[in-house]
Ligand binder design. Structure first.
Ligand code: F6R
Length: 608
């Protein structure tokens, strides 16, 4: 959500800023801007509404050889997307870019009477506040930033430069990530390490409450209370191939197709199919601690929440005496929820930076409950603050819609459940079928993607005409249906909602008419016949059904059927989810919308 970049060194700053913003564009794409300074402190400020290409057009007429600058790609919070509201914001000699939300901006603004505000943003208030402490260069920039931040309530990742000292950048964070890339004769700033890939492998991840004074050769970090912090340089693991489209037309398709490999990474070294056991090192809980677990709280937002719901259904199938509550982070953080003794909380997040999920993590920790991260982004805030964790290792997910992360989060949580069940002494004969199917997943996912893609594309062309959809499932296929509906609605703007099959006649059945199509998930198993009866009810009312099933003998007179492999029984809904991912993708392509950057959204929601 919003991207920040910065550069100070001996190369062209504009070049890095633009290429860095392009890498971060998936985090916000309402508007963008950069400012660079020449050696005399003369500034070139360029801002444009819309995508980075619009900014590039302005850049073509304003090329500079400046060696320092900062940039931003915006996802609007305060003020509509416009050139004036785009960052960097200027106040006197100061330029500032900001991710996050300044909650007390109105109160602060009242005191900043000398600044003539041009934008509607909370970020310009922060720029003016820093300027008020800077006193036209009477105080150092870093001190001015510290004084300003002491008055701020809210979240921020910021980068600030001054025309009076065109050799330094001040950066700070609280609740919004910031990474400092250490290069040869250059230092780079980004809100996400992917912008640094190809420039340097050495990175310093700033912690909340830290401020850094950055030059081309040095990084000095201290806390807001002026305590010095020794910088820990870490290796950036991402490579260029992981953040490029690699021949695919869209990142989303690439990420869907990557799932055999991403799942393999999630399972690597953790699954023993022959013995039917799993082993997770990251959570760091002893056998005795695992045995004692009586309650799991699973916390996430959006797709991560769905992964948690689905994993919860599975875990309770094989783990005795356990209750599981999967919660939406934005709700849970304000609930007065009692967490029973002997609980463990699973904190699920692809980005590891989602503000609501992070807030829940902090609340839960206050209650002394052990927290386990199910996180993708290595070194992210959630990954660093949990007591233990299991990285899903799916590599960068660039498309705004989450796909490969969902599959791996879900399976990683099931594996955590299996480790609890193992510790509780559940018979290997109960657990083995789960482990064996998990071990087969990468191969089955590969075969399925290869075999169903063309068919789903054809089917999608038929349903691209509709503006409404209902997704239906039971048991583990119900959270799968929820995820399928979210995927379709967020990228194709089809009004798609999911219901448990059994809920249909309690209300949603009234919706069925020619404006709607229904996606019916029909895995084999005990509840298959019940779900089939529900399908009949929809058919009787003229429903336009697309069935997804692993049942060979399926013969209902629905409009379309996508048959998936019969090899997996337990995890068939995971395979059905692949079909739904492809369906969302191809419907969106057919409708001609931007697949990777759907309107109004951004990756990594670092504001509340
Ligand atoms: C949907 C989607 C979002 C995210 C949610 C949580 O496709 O991507 O719903 O799943 O914003 O994000 P993370 O997992 O980064 O915490």
């Amino acid at each position: 959500m919003c991207g920040i970049v910065g550069y100070v060194g001996n190369k062209n700053a504009q070049d890095f800023l633009i290429s860095g913003l392009k890498r971060l564009e998936y985090r916000g794409y309402d508007s963008a801007g950069i400012v660079t300074l020449d050696d005399a402190g003369e500034a070139t400020l360029l801002r444009a509404k819309g995508k980075i290409v619009n900014l590039e057009e302005k850049l073509a007429e304003n090329k500079r050889e400046d060696k320092i600058g900062i940039g931003h790609t915006r996802w609007a919070t305060h003020g509509e997307p416009s050139e004036t509201n785009a960052h960097p914001h200027q106040a006197g000699d100061i330029y500032l870019v900001h991710n996050g939300i300044i909650e007390n901006y109105k109160e602060l603004k009242e005191h900043l009477t000398e600044h003539e505000f041009k934008s509607q943003t909370d970020s310009e208030v922060l720029a003016a506040l820093v300027e008020s402490f800077y006193g036209g260069g009477e105080y150092s920039l870093v001190d001015a930033v510290v004084q300003a931040l002491k008055l701020v309530k809210g979240t921020y990742g910021i980068a600030v430069i001054s025309r009076l000292n065109p050799h330094e950048i001040v950066v700070a964070r609280s609740g919004s990530p910031l990474v400092i890339g250490v290069g040869h004769d250059e230092t780079l700033i980004a809100s996400d390490a992917s912008a640094l890939v190809g420039h340097t492998k050495q990175a310093i991840y700033l912690n909340d409450g830290e401020v850094a004074l950055v030059t081309s050769h040095s990084v000095e970090i201290k806390t807001l209370n002026a305590e010095p912090v020794s910088a820990k340089v870490e290796e950036i693991e991402t490579n260029l191939a992981a953040i490029q489209k690699g021949g695919y037309e869209h990142f989303l398709l690439k990420e869907i197709m990557e799932q055999p490999e991403s799942l393999r990474e999630t399972l690597r070294g953790r699954v023993n199919a022959t013995e039917g056991t799993v082993r997770l090192g990251g959570p760091g809980l002893t056998e005795a601690q695992l045995r004692k677990i009586k309650h799991l709280v699973i916390v996430g937002c959006g797709t991560a929440y769905h992964a948690g719901l689905m994993a919860g259904y599975y875990i309770e199938q094989f783990t005795p005496e356990i209750t599981i509550e999967t919660v939406i982070a934005s709700e849970y953080r304000y609930r007065n929820a009692y967490i029973p003794k002997d609980s463990v909380a699973l904190i699920v997040s692809q980005s590891g930076e989602t503000a609501d999920t992070l807030a829940c993590l902090r609340e839960i920790k206050k209650q002394g409950v052990p927290t386990i991260g199910i996180v993708n982004a290595i070194g992210s805030t959630i990954a660093r603050e949990v007591d233990g964790g299991t990285y899903v290792h799916v590599g960068p997910e660039i498309s705004v819609a989450s796909t490969k992360a969902f599959t791996s989060q879900m399976i990683a949580m099931v594996m955590f459940g299996l480790t609890i069940a193992q510790a509780k002494g559940v018979k290997p004969s109960v657990l083995r079928p789960y482990v064996q199917e998990i071990a087969k997943l990468p191969e089955v996912v590969k075969e399925t993607l290869a075999s169903v893609s063309a068919e789903v594309r054809e089917v999608a062309a038929k349903y691209a005409e509709y503006d409404h959809a209902i997704y239906l499932g039971r048991d583990t296929a119900y959270p799968a249906a929820m995820e399928g509906a979210l995927k379709l609605k967020e990228i194709s703007y089809v009004d798609a909602n999911a219901y448990a099959f059994g809920e249909l006649k309690h209300g949603p059945l009234a919706l069925v008419d020619d404006r709607f199509f229904e996606v019916a998930l029909l895995p084999s198993g005990e509840l298959y016949d019940k779900a089939v009866s529900n399908v009949q009810e929809v058919l009787a009312r003229g429903g336009h059904i697309l069935a997804i099933t692993n049942v060979d003998r399926f013969d209902l007179p629905v409009e379309n059927v996508v048959k998936i492999t019969t090899e997996l029984k337990i995890f068939a809904p995971v395979i059905m989810n692949l079909v739904m991912q492809l369906l969302a993708y191809y419907v969106t392509v057919a409708k001609g919308y931007n697949v990777d950057q759907p309107r109004n959204l951004a990756k990594s929601v670092t504001v509340e």
